[in-house]
Design a protein around this ligand. Structure first.
Ligand SMILES: Cc1ncc(COP(=O)(O)O)c(C=O)c1O
Length: 568
């Protein structure tokens, strides 16, 4: 059986390769052969998640035609990628992208810092803010007053408290989506909701299409449920979904579930527009795929003039395709652990059965507290506080990062809680490791990818503001100097990571055959510099020597994953 789960066409790959040429590149003077430049370009696309892992590449002849190069050039590039572990091929099945073996994905390590550690460490691991007081206290007091009648029951409500189900249903109806309480199940956070959905629809080995990048904990939840994840690359910047790619994946991979975050996507912050929503629902419906729309961030528009599109479920009036997940975690407080699902009544009944073996139900007191907030208008006031905090934090963080790290690239999202940052060609994993030593916890990009993509990214949440945001950027710059700086990489390792090599090799301007494209670094020098991790004192940790042994040779691949970093 073929090992690919999606495909990239020749024209599409040519377009992606061309788009790299508009990006800043590392220093380079020597010209590698055209095949080398092509291999580097494809490798960078894989590492940055723009071509997913396990995507079938076009046949050599087709790509040669699309790029106007000889077939020999493409064949040599594919061969180079195969040798480096970035491509696998099987006769009759074609060639598909891969990442070198032996690189565990940094999927674990979700331990938040204990309160006592917060004095010395700035924690950018979690995209969640402290409780918006006084609303938490008021909500709990309100809940305590409502508790006595419930205390006289056994307290198990697998579908949620009837009062809260009705309240959530009314809120959808008020948004223009008529909803009955039977269409709502209250869950233990959005995580509990997705867990139940995976149990119901996504049996072991079942395919689940996910945005790439996507929210790290959900990806891991799905992996542990035995799903086969099919990554669908997001469009550049904040452009949201690439509908052509989605249609192709839905058609060809026919996944059982597609999981998307349409509102201020975590980690990119993208907001899908109504047209994208409509077309994705249509594509999912024709593929027979259950479209799970995670609305966890949907109330977090931060700029006053943002016009929120209608919810994804608005484009599925019959309720046959879309399952919506909501949560109080981002708009209010993650410590509540309250989430919900909106779906057709029969789906809700099955989900209630599916969740019963996990947690039987969600704590009554917290449900009453959220119900109190919804019923009194406290929710709206608390969310307004939350938006203001997040907006101030975003603005402070953006200004500080621009000042301290002017070559890092990002687009400023208009809502949500996260900034997705391309770290100037540096390894996000190294930055994360170095950050731990300079008092900064920051999650590296690969946590948000399916198979080791996004090595060049870090995610920065809007959880700190003012002087702390400034200090966070100063520490990020220190982490760069301590571990990630291209020029001082030798303190960690003598060689460069594949990412650094690829970024250095892909030039800023010009076509594949133009001098601009081929003016790239000769990689042989760096790949040959097998290092033994002879770091300077202070950097000589276990992380300092992390080459991958392949074909008897220790390459300079620097796939090192920090297992310490949380990433909510
Ligand atoms: C998109 C998304 N979905 C779900 C969650 C988890 O939500 P909950 O705390 O309600 O389980 C998060 C938390 O960061 C998130 O960003």
């Amino acid at each position: 059986m073929a090992q690919w789960t999606s495909a990239v066409g020749a024209a599409q790959l040519a377009r992606l390769l061309k788009s790299q040429q508009d990006r800043p590149a590392g220093p380079g003077s020597r010209r590698p052969p055209a095949y080398r430049a092509l291999a580097d370009g494809i490798r960078l696309l894989v590492l940055e998640g723009r071509v997913p892992v396990a995507a079938r590449l076009p046949a050599e002849r087709e790509l040669a035609l699309a790029l106007s190069v000889s077939r020999t050039t493409v064949a040599a590039a594919y061969e180079a990628l195969r040798t480096e572990g970035f491509l696998e091929s099987r006769r009759g099945a074609g060639s598909w992208t891969a990442v070198p073996a032996g690189n565990p994905i940094p999927a674990r390590g979700l331990e938040p810092l204990p309160p006592e550690a917060l004095g010395s460490m700035i924690d950018l691991g979690c995209a969640a803010l402290p409780a918006p007081e006084p609303w938490l206290t008021r909500a709990v007091q309100g809940a305590l007053e409502e508790l006595p009648p419930y205390a006289r029951t056994h307290g198990d409500y697998p579908a949620g408290l009837p009062a809260l189900r009705a309240m959530i249903a009314d809120r959808y109806t008020a948004r223009g989506i008529p909803t009955m309480p039977e269409q709502i199940m209250v869950t233990t956070g959005a995580m509990g909701a997705i867990d139940a959905i995976c149990h119901l629809f996504g049996g072991r080995g079942e395919r689940i299409a996910v945005e790439s990048p996507s929210y790290a904990n959900i990806l891991q939840l799905m992996r542990e449920a035995g799903a086969r994840l099919v990554p669908v690359a997001m469009a550049e910047g904040l452009a949201g979904w690439d509908l052509d790619r989605w249609r192709q994946v839905l058609r060809e991979a026919a996944p059982r579930i597609a999981y998307v975050v349409a509102d201020f996507h975590n980690p990119t912050g993208a907001l899908a527009d109504e047209d994208q929503r409509r077309r994705l629902v249509e594509a999912a419906r024709s593929a027979g795929t259950v479209l799970v729309a995670d609305e966890t961030m949907s109330e977090l528009w931060l700029d006053a003039d943002v016009e929120m599109p209608r919810p994804v479920c608005a484009f599925d009036p019959a309720g046959s395709t879309v399952v919506t997940v909501g949560s109080a975690s981002k708009a209010f407080w993650a410590g509540m652990r309250i989430g919900w699902v909106r779906a057709a009544p029969d789906v809700i009944r099955s989900l209630v059965a599916a969740r019963a073996y996990a947690d039987l139900g969600t704590p009554v007191l917290e449900q009453l507290a959220v119900n109190w907030l919804f019923g009194t208008g406290g929710w709206e006031q608390a969310v307004a506080v939350r938006r203001e905090q997040a907006r101030d934090n975003r603005d402070a963080l953006v200004a500080a990062v621009r000042r301290e790290l002017p070559d890092w690239e990002f687009e400023v999202p208009r809502g949500g809680l996260t900034l997705w940052v391309r770290a100037g060609g540096l390894s996000g994993s190294r930055l994360a490791e170095a950050g731990e030593r300079v008092g900064l916890r920051v999650p590296s990009g690969p946590r948000f990818g399916v198979d080791g993509a996004f090595e060049g990214y870090v995610r920065l949440p809007f959880t700190v503001g003012g002087a702390v945001a400034e200090e966070a950027a100063v520490r990020l710059a220190a982490a760069r100097s301590a571990g990630g700086e291209r020029g001082t990489v030798g303190r960690w390792r003598r060689g460069r990571s594949w990412l650094e090599e690829s970024r250095a090799a892909v030039p800023a301007a010009g076509g594949l055959q133009s001098p601009g494209y081929v003016r790239a670094l000769d990689l042989s020098a760096t790949t040959a510099s097998a290092d033994t991790g002879s770091g300077s004192a202070g950097t000589r940790s276990g992380a300092a020597s992390a080459g991958v042994v392949r074909g008897g040779r220790r390459s300079s691949t620097a796939w090192r994953w920090s297992s310490l970093v949380a990433s909510s």
